[in-house]
Design a protein around this ligand. Structure first.
Ligand SMILES: NC(=O)c1ccc[n+]([C@@H]2O[C@H](COP(=O)([O-])OP(=O)(O)OC[C@H]3O[C@@H](n4cnc5c(N)ncnc54)[C@H](OP(=O)(O)O)[C@@H]3O)[C@@H](O)[C@H]2O)c1
Length: 322
């Protein structure tokens, strides 16, 4: 398969294939039964050959073991990827997914060194603040993030799930290269505020969970398709039994568009995301090589106006996302 087209990550000077790879689910969130390091290593190592070059992880996935996995997997191909990790969330209890925010400058300084060690590299292309800490002025946290660019440990810095106000305050100190927030056919709020902000300020937008944590692919027909109590989604209102039932109506529409295009529901969900902003690179997560290939294929799928209109008018999702 020919590598997929690349996109510029805003004005940061970075670029990456139009579809990236989120590595979280390889080690965290979807239940231990889905963890297979050998298979995940194969997925990561196959990504650049397909043009999937934005590789996303975070120190809190696991915690720490996802960065270790990514570091080992990338060792022979480090220069072929645009590597992104995150700091600012600290796991208190991995079993119950309890965590707290830490935006203190000292935490940022320590976290990047630890991440680089686990990732077996001397720099990341993108260092992201996972969440803004309400107890620390964002200017202080962002100042410490900017120090990492000056030190050569990060090429650019980005935020995650930040508001327009937080983006604006941070950008006044050092350019915000990217914003990573949840965005998909069933989570469209970013279209009304943060995506326009990114467009106006030369920032890339990195949609996380672009497949609705797997739901938009049609793979989850009932809560029995989740990974049991260890699956983060089981705690999520949008994945309650009632919401899963109600939200099948969304999948049915996505499937209908996919059938017309001879594509899969996952490809249609990703193609809709790609159509919303040219400096946007979604990072679908998968632990399976055939799905990596399928998801990359969405970069070649063109939705015509009629498809976009049909998808734009999908019903709102039942259940809050958190
Ligand atoms: N910044 C943040 O706060 C934040 C929060 C959450 C996630 N993220 C990032 O975003 C990335 C993606 O999010 P996500 O993994 O939560 O959700 P997602 O990409 O929306 O969905 C991933 C799920 O979909 C399944 N899947 C993937 N491709 C598929 C296909 N073609 N057909 C059927 N099923 C498919 C995967 O299962 P298989 O493994 O079985 O394929 C997995 O269960 C994460 O890996 C992480 O890097 C960031």
């Amino acid at each position: 398969m020919e590598p997929i087209p690349t996109r510029r990550l805003g004005e940061s000077g970075l670029q990456a294939g139009a579809i990236g790879l989120g590595c979280m689910g390889m080690s965290w969130a979807y239940g231990p039964s889905r963890v297979d390091d050998a298979q995940s290593t194969e997925v990561i190592r196959s990504a650049p050959g397909l043009g999937v070059t934005l590789i996303d992880t975070a120190d809190m996935y696991g915690p720490f073991i996802n960065e270790e996995l990514v570091g080992r997997a990338l060792e022979p191909i480090r220069d072929e990827v645009t590597l992104a990790t995150k700091c600012g969330l600290v796991v208190d209890d991995a079993v119950s997914f309890q965590m707290h925010r830490d935006g203190s400058p000292d935490h940022v300084r320590e976290a990047i060194d630890a991440s680089l060690k686990r990732l077996r590299t001397d720099r990341v292309e993108l260092y992201q603040l996972h969440r803004v800490d309400p107890d620390v002025p964002v200017e202080e946290t962002w100042g410490a993030m900017a120090e990492q660019v000056a030190a050569g440990k990060a090429r650019a810095i980005g935020m995650s799930e930040a508001t327009v106000d937080e983006l604006t305050r941070a950008h006044a100190i050092h350019p915000v290269a990217s914003l990573q927030s949840e965005f998909s056919l069933w989570t469209r709020e970013p279209l009304s505020d943060v995506i326009p902000w990114c467009r106006e300020h030369g920032a890339a937008f990195i949609p996380f969970a672009p497949l609705g944590r797997g739901f938009l692919t049609g793979a989850i027909k009932s809560t029995a398709d989740l990974g049991g109590d260890d699956d983060f989604r089981a705690r999520n209102p949008r994945f309650s039994a009632e919401a899963v039932d109600a939200n099948q109506a969304i999948v049915a529409e996505v499937r209908a568009v996919a059938e017309r295009l001879d594509a899969t529901a996952a490809q249609v969900a990703l193609a809709w995301v790609l159509a919303q902003y040219e400096h946007l690179v979604p990072i679908p997560g998968t632990t399976k090589l055939h799905r990596l290939e399928e998801n990359a294929g969405s970069a070649r799928l063109t939705l015509v106006r009629e498809d976009l209109e049909r998808l734009d008018s999908l019903p709102a999702a039942a259940g809050d996302r958190y």
